[in-house]
Write a protein that binds this ligand. Sequence first.
Ligand SMILES: Nc1nc2c(c(=O)[nH]1)N[C@H]1C(S)=C(S)[C@@H](COP(=O)(O)O)O[C@H]1N2
Ligand SMILES: [Mo]
Length: 204
Amino acid sequence: MSGGFFSRGFRGRRRPVEQGTQLPPGQYLVEGFPVLSAGPTPRTPLEEEWDFSIIGEVDEPRRWTWKEFQALPSEEITRDIHCVTKWSKLGTRWEGVSVDTLLEGVETAAEFVMAFCDGGYTTNMPLEEVIGGKAWVAYAYEGEPLEPEHGGPVRLLVPHLYFWKSAKWVRGLRLLNHDEPGFWESLGYHNHGDPWREQRYWGD
Ligand SMILES: Nc1nc2c(c(=O)[nH]1)N[C@H]1C(S)=C(S)[C@@H](COP(=O)(O)O)O[C@H]1N2
Ligand SMILES: [Mo]
Protein backbone atom coordinates (compact mmCIF):
# COMPACT_ATOMS: atom_id res chain seq x y z
CA MET A 1 0.00 0.00 0.00
CA SER A 2 1.21 3.49 -0.74
CA GLY A 3 2.11 6.09 1.84
CA GLY A 4 -0.60 8.24 0.34
CA PHE A 5 -3.26 5.83 1.58
CA PHE A 6 -2.07 6.11 5.18
CA SER A 7 -1.71 9.84 5.18
CA ARG A 8 -5.27 10.15 3.87
CA GLY A 9 -6.47 7.92 6.67
CA PHE A 10 -4.66 10.06 9.22
CA ARG A 11 -6.16 13.25 7.95
CA GLY A 12 -9.58 11.64 8.13
CA ARG A 13 -9.36 11.41 11.92
CA ARG A 14 -9.24 15.15 12.29
CA ARG A 15 -12.52 16.97 12.33
CA PRO A 16 -13.07 18.40 8.88
CA VAL A 17 -13.13 22.16 8.56
CA GLU A 18 -16.71 23.28 8.09
CA GLN A 19 -17.52 24.77 4.75
CA GLY A 20 -17.01 28.48 4.49
CA THR A 21 -14.65 28.61 7.45
CA GLN A 22 -10.90 28.60 7.37
CA LEU A 23 -8.03 27.98 9.69
CA PRO A 24 -5.19 30.47 9.93
CA PRO A 25 -1.86 29.13 8.59
CA GLY A 26 -0.22 26.42 10.70
CA GLN A 27 -3.28 25.80 12.92
CA TYR A 28 -5.23 22.56 13.50
CA LEU A 29 -8.62 21.89 15.12
CA VAL A 30 -8.99 20.42 18.61
CA GLU A 31 -12.07 18.74 20.01
CA GLY A 32 -11.56 19.55 23.68
CA PHE A 33 -10.61 22.84 25.28
CA PRO A 34 -6.94 22.74 26.35
CA VAL A 35 -5.96 24.62 29.51
CA LEU A 36 -2.83 26.76 29.25
CA SER A 37 -1.91 28.67 32.39
CA ALA A 38 1.47 30.06 33.40
CA GLY A 39 0.68 29.59 37.10
CA PRO A 40 -1.94 28.32 39.55
CA THR A 41 -5.63 29.17 39.10
CA PRO A 42 -6.40 32.12 41.39
CA ARG A 43 -9.65 32.13 43.35
CA THR A 44 -10.62 35.62 44.42
CA PRO A 45 -13.74 35.94 46.62
CA LEU A 46 -16.31 37.59 44.36
CA GLU A 47 -18.41 39.52 46.83
CA GLU A 48 -15.65 40.75 49.13
CA GLU A 49 -12.61 41.33 46.93
CA TRP A 50 -13.29 41.13 43.20
CA ASP A 51 -13.63 44.23 41.09
CA PHE A 52 -12.95 45.27 37.53
CA SER A 53 -11.31 48.60 36.84
CA ILE A 54 -10.19 50.92 34.08
CA ILE A 55 -7.10 52.78 35.26
CA GLY A 56 -4.02 54.58 33.95
CA GLU A 57 -4.31 57.46 31.48
CA VAL A 58 -7.96 58.26 32.09
CA ASP A 59 -9.71 61.38 33.33
CA GLU A 60 -11.39 59.36 36.06
CA PRO A 61 -10.69 55.70 36.86
CA ARG A 62 -13.69 53.36 36.72
CA ARG A 63 -14.51 50.46 38.97
CA TRP A 64 -17.25 47.86 39.09
CA THR A 65 -17.95 45.41 41.88
CA TRP A 66 -19.00 41.88 40.89
CA LYS A 67 -22.65 42.83 41.34
CA GLU A 68 -22.28 45.97 39.25
CA PHE A 69 -20.34 44.14 36.58
CA GLN A 70 -23.02 41.49 36.21
CA ALA A 71 -25.63 44.22 35.73
CA LEU A 72 -23.83 45.71 32.70
CA PRO A 73 -25.38 45.09 29.27
CA SER A 74 -23.96 41.87 27.86
CA GLU A 75 -23.65 40.30 24.43
CA GLU A 76 -23.52 36.83 22.98
CA ILE A 77 -20.37 36.25 20.99
CA THR A 78 -19.57 33.40 18.61
CA ARG A 79 -16.01 33.42 17.34
CA ASP A 80 -13.09 31.19 16.33
CA ILE A 81 -10.12 31.10 18.72
CA HIS A 82 -6.49 30.38 17.84
CA CYS A 83 -3.70 29.49 20.27
CA VAL A 84 -0.08 30.19 19.40
CA THR A 85 0.69 26.53 20.23
CA LYS A 86 -1.33 25.79 17.05
CA TRP A 87 -4.72 24.58 18.23
CA SER A 88 -7.86 26.34 17.10
CA LYS A 89 -11.54 26.01 17.94
CA LEU A 90 -14.20 27.25 15.57
CA GLY A 91 -17.47 28.88 16.55
CA THR A 92 -16.93 29.06 20.30
CA ARG A 93 -19.86 30.68 22.11
CA TRP A 94 -19.36 33.24 24.87
CA GLU A 95 -21.29 35.80 26.82
CA GLY A 96 -19.81 38.95 28.23
CA VAL A 97 -19.50 42.71 28.28
CA SER A 98 -18.05 44.50 25.29
CA VAL A 99 -14.93 46.55 26.02
CA ASP A 100 -16.77 49.35 24.18
CA THR A 101 -19.37 49.31 26.95
CA LEU A 102 -16.66 49.51 29.62
CA LEU A 103 -14.98 52.45 27.90
CA GLU A 104 -18.18 54.38 27.17
CA GLY A 105 -17.66 58.02 28.08
CA VAL A 106 -14.04 57.49 29.17
CA GLU A 107 -11.87 60.42 28.14
CA THR A 108 -8.38 59.31 27.21
CA ALA A 109 -5.49 60.13 24.91
CA ALA A 110 -4.05 56.64 25.47
CA GLU A 111 -3.20 54.50 22.46
CA PHE A 112 -2.28 51.31 24.28
CA VAL A 113 -3.79 49.05 26.86
CA MET A 114 -2.37 46.55 29.33
CA ALA A 115 -4.76 43.92 30.65
CA PHE A 116 -3.92 42.89 34.23
CA CYS A 117 -5.05 39.81 36.11
CA ASP A 118 -5.23 38.01 39.40
CA GLY A 119 -1.99 36.05 39.59
CA GLY A 120 0.03 38.81 37.92
CA TYR A 121 -0.40 37.91 34.23
CA THR A 122 -0.44 40.84 31.81
CA THR A 123 -0.84 41.30 28.07
CA ASN A 124 -0.54 44.44 25.94
CA MET A 125 -2.40 45.65 22.88
CA PRO A 126 -3.02 48.84 20.93
CA LEU A 127 -6.28 50.31 22.28
CA GLU A 128 -7.63 50.08 18.74
CA GLU A 129 -7.51 46.25 18.95
CA VAL A 130 -9.98 46.11 21.82
CA ILE A 131 -12.56 48.70 20.67
CA GLY A 132 -15.10 48.68 17.84
CA GLY A 133 -16.70 45.32 18.69
CA LYS A 134 -13.45 43.32 18.76
CA ALA A 135 -13.03 42.44 22.44
CA TRP A 136 -15.14 41.43 25.42
CA VAL A 137 -14.83 40.62 29.10
CA ALA A 138 -16.52 37.22 29.09
CA TYR A 139 -18.13 35.38 32.00
CA ALA A 140 -19.88 32.49 30.24
CA TYR A 141 -18.70 29.84 27.80
CA GLU A 142 -21.12 27.59 25.88
CA GLY A 143 -23.98 28.68 28.10
CA GLU A 144 -22.26 27.94 31.43
CA PRO A 145 -20.41 30.18 33.88
CA LEU A 146 -16.77 30.32 32.79
CA GLU A 147 -14.78 27.64 34.62
CA PRO A 148 -11.90 28.83 36.84
CA GLU A 149 -9.34 26.92 34.71
CA HIS A 150 -10.47 28.87 31.66
CA GLY A 151 -10.35 32.23 33.39
CA GLY A 152 -13.50 32.42 35.50
CA PRO A 153 -15.02 34.53 36.87
CA VAL A 154 -14.12 36.65 33.82
CA ARG A 155 -11.56 36.63 31.06
CA LEU A 156 -10.72 38.96 28.27
CA LEU A 157 -11.77 37.66 24.85
CA VAL A 158 -9.85 39.09 21.90
CA PRO A 159 -10.52 36.38 19.34
CA HIS A 160 -8.93 38.06 16.32
CA LEU A 161 -5.49 37.82 18.01
CA TYR A 162 -3.70 34.69 19.31
CA PHE A 163 -5.35 33.43 22.47
CA TRP A 164 -2.59 34.54 24.87
CA LYS A 165 -4.06 38.05 24.46
CA SER A 166 -7.31 36.73 25.97
CA ALA A 167 -6.20 37.24 29.56
CA LYS A 168 -7.80 34.88 32.09
CA TRP A 169 -8.89 36.14 35.54
CA VAL A 170 -8.66 39.65 34.16
CA ARG A 171 -9.23 42.39 36.73
CA GLY A 172 -8.89 45.45 34.59
CA LEU A 173 -7.40 47.46 31.79
CA ARG A 174 -4.60 49.97 32.27
CA LEU A 175 -4.63 52.61 29.54
CA LEU A 176 -1.17 53.73 28.46
CA ASN A 177 0.32 56.46 26.26
CA HIS A 178 3.21 54.18 25.32
CA ASP A 179 3.45 50.48 24.50
CA GLU A 180 4.88 48.05 27.06
CA PRO A 181 5.34 44.28 26.66
CA GLY A 182 3.12 42.05 28.79
CA PHE A 183 4.06 38.67 30.30
CA TRP A 184 4.49 36.53 27.18
CA GLU A 185 5.39 39.49 24.97
CA SER A 186 8.50 40.07 27.11
CA LEU A 187 9.39 36.35 26.89
CA GLY A 188 9.49 36.03 23.11
CA TYR A 189 5.90 36.04 21.92
CA HIS A 190 5.10 38.49 19.15
CA ASN A 191 4.06 41.95 20.31
CA HIS A 192 0.94 42.00 18.11
CA GLY A 193 -0.07 38.35 17.54
CA ASP A 194 -2.23 38.27 14.40
CA PRO A 195 -2.89 34.57 13.61
CA TRP A 196 -3.60 35.28 9.94
CA ARG A 197 -0.10 36.74 9.58
CA GLU A 198 1.41 34.03 11.82
CA GLN A 199 2.82 36.57 14.25
CA ARG A 200 3.81 33.94 16.81
CA TYR A 201 7.24 34.98 18.09
CA TRP A 202 9.70 37.88 18.02
CA GLY A 203 10.84 38.37 14.44
CA ASP A 204 7.83 36.67 12.79
N1 LIG B 1 -4.06 35.16 33.46
C1 LIG B 1 -3.65 34.37 32.46
N2 LIG B 1 -4.26 34.47 31.27
C2 LIG B 1 -3.88 33.68 30.23
C3 LIG B 1 -2.80 32.77 30.37
C4 LIG B 1 -2.17 32.69 31.63
O1 LIG B 1 -1.23 31.90 31.84
N3 LIG B 1 -2.63 33.49 32.66
N4 LIG B 1 -2.42 32.02 29.29
C5 LIG B 1 -2.74 32.55 27.96
C6 LIG B 1 -2.50 31.58 26.93
S1 LIG B 1 -0.91 31.37 26.41
C7 LIG B 1 -3.52 30.96 26.28
S2 LIG B 1 -3.27 29.99 24.93
C8 LIG B 1 -4.90 31.05 26.78
C9 LIG B 1 -5.38 29.69 27.17
O2 LIG B 1 -6.70 29.75 27.59
P1 LIG B 1 -7.39 28.41 28.08
O3 LIG B 1 -6.57 27.85 29.20
O4 LIG B 1 -8.77 28.79 28.45
O5 LIG B 1 -7.35 27.50 26.87
O6 LIG B 1 -5.03 31.89 27.90
C10 LIG B 1 -4.18 33.02 27.91
N5 LIG B 1 -4.52 33.82 29.05
MO1 LIG C 1 -1.08 30.14 24.35
